[in-house]
Design a protein around this ligand. Sequence first.
Ligand code: ZN
Length: 610
Amino acid sequence: MVTSAKDAALGILRKTYGYASFRGQQAEIIAHVTAGQNAFVLMPTGSWKSICYQIPALCRNGVGIIVSPLIALMQNQVDALQQLGIRAAAINSSMAAAHVAQTKDSLRNGGIDLVYVAPERLLMDDFLDLLDASPIALFAIDEAHCVSQWGHDFRPHYKQLSILAERFPAVPRIALTATADIPTRKDIIDCLQLADGKSFIAGFDRPNIHYSIVVKNSARQQVLKFIKENHAEDSGIVYCLSRNTADETASWLCEQGFKALPYHAGLPADVRTRHQEKFLKEDGVIMVATIAFGMGIDKPDVRFVAHMNIPKNIEAYYQETGRAGRDGLPANALMVYGMEDAAMQRSFIENSAAPELQKRIEHQKLNALLGLCEAACCRRQVILEYFGDTCPPCGNCDTCQAPPETFDGTVAAQKALSCVYRTDQRFGVAYLTEVLLGATDDERIRSFGHDQISTFGIGREYSKAEWQSIFRQLVAQNLLAVDTTGHGGLKLTPQGQAFLKEKKTLRLRKYAGKIKLKVAARLAQGFDGDVDQGLFAALKAARLSLSKAQNVPPYVIFHDKTLYEMAAHKPASPTELLRISGVGERKMERYGQIFLDVIGQHEDKEKAAR
Ligand code: ZN
């Protein structure tokens, strides 16, 4: 019995999806849910979580109901499933009434495999009644961290999904998320009543993403250089803090010859939808966006994510950078950061309507992010430790590849902290640096009498840039804090006071001066045999014309990874083509001959040229 269920799942994976074997915990989760058990699944983005509910829904009697937060993105998921020959549909307000009625009928009589709905729709009385009258295989709650107020995308309707356990106790529930710290996990399990089920926690690591964090001098130029050198033809996302910057940066990138589009909450809904569609359906589009963009985006071939400002916290950073490289191929994450961003994030927190406790938590989370920015050790280690995970130095981040030099910063820290204290904890980095350097031409210093204090001119052993780096690190290490109630001056934290009193020691990162940015992703590696780049381009062109004709994103036809494999192995017959990952029976039927022809023609041309 158990064996036959496992065989059935593997059969679907091979025939329908075109993959030879499951990865990681997928097989175990699928067996568990297919057997009717509840599950909580925490897996990094790009580990193909959705298969963990899709296959059980296909194996069990009835329809799988998928709760998904954004209706805008349901259609892409449905398109991808339909390409595989799976009967999937969405029910939402953007659809014509006749289509909704038809889908509801299919749901009622079990004539469909998977239905996607937003929580708001699912919770409507008439929809719950419909579910009562329909055969349900399972409930899958995607992006389950939206349940929790501690998570970063809290959605009140998600919390009300607790009704599923009460009203449909016999239907298995599977909650899935890629980002949840420990309190968030607990909230999800409590709210959805999953304690009797099993938790499947995979590591958080995304080994194919290269991390790189650099100090800001000109965010635009730095990001441009990064794109030009590493991603001239690729799809990517550039995140900015404000709508204005998003607009300006997008048009500036267009002037530089890139296909760039802005995306933020200030744009009309139809423009947002159009830009998102372009990003999904064309190759090589750069989305310049505020954080309003990206949730639930499952475009697998985003090759880079660049931050022009620091994000809110490490969770947000990990989720935003996690949109790169979901296909498992190499991808790059670049963050450009400066102290002024930190001050701005602080004031966002202070000016929000959140209760004091929440604000305190947000400040601590921001401190952890600054710690990541100033880390002298492996970036990945810092990130994973934040989520309670560990790894050895990764070799795939900027600090691993060019370890920053460190020095005994005890005396420098003492001087900086005393200077803050002696000037009454009211001034910013620029002013404090002038005092430490003993600037005699500064009117303000004289007018405040700060040329008479003991820290005046005691820091001449370091340059202005070096002092700025030292101050950033002291903030990152939480010895100093930016005062958000006044004008953003620096003040000593309790840890900073303890540091001075207890005469602690401290190592700091040496200021690097010129910043190395090149982080090229070696895309065509990791396949058996060499990828024929000319053939890859021809396959990509064939894919684009197929996707355009059907108005679906190219990756819905075949992932880049599948095309790379074709371009490396050059299958010459249907049997050989079926061995390529991602070529299932339905896609073989529909597209097999087209791609075999492209490969055949390419081979003939090569032969003729020889
Ligand atoms: Zn590393």
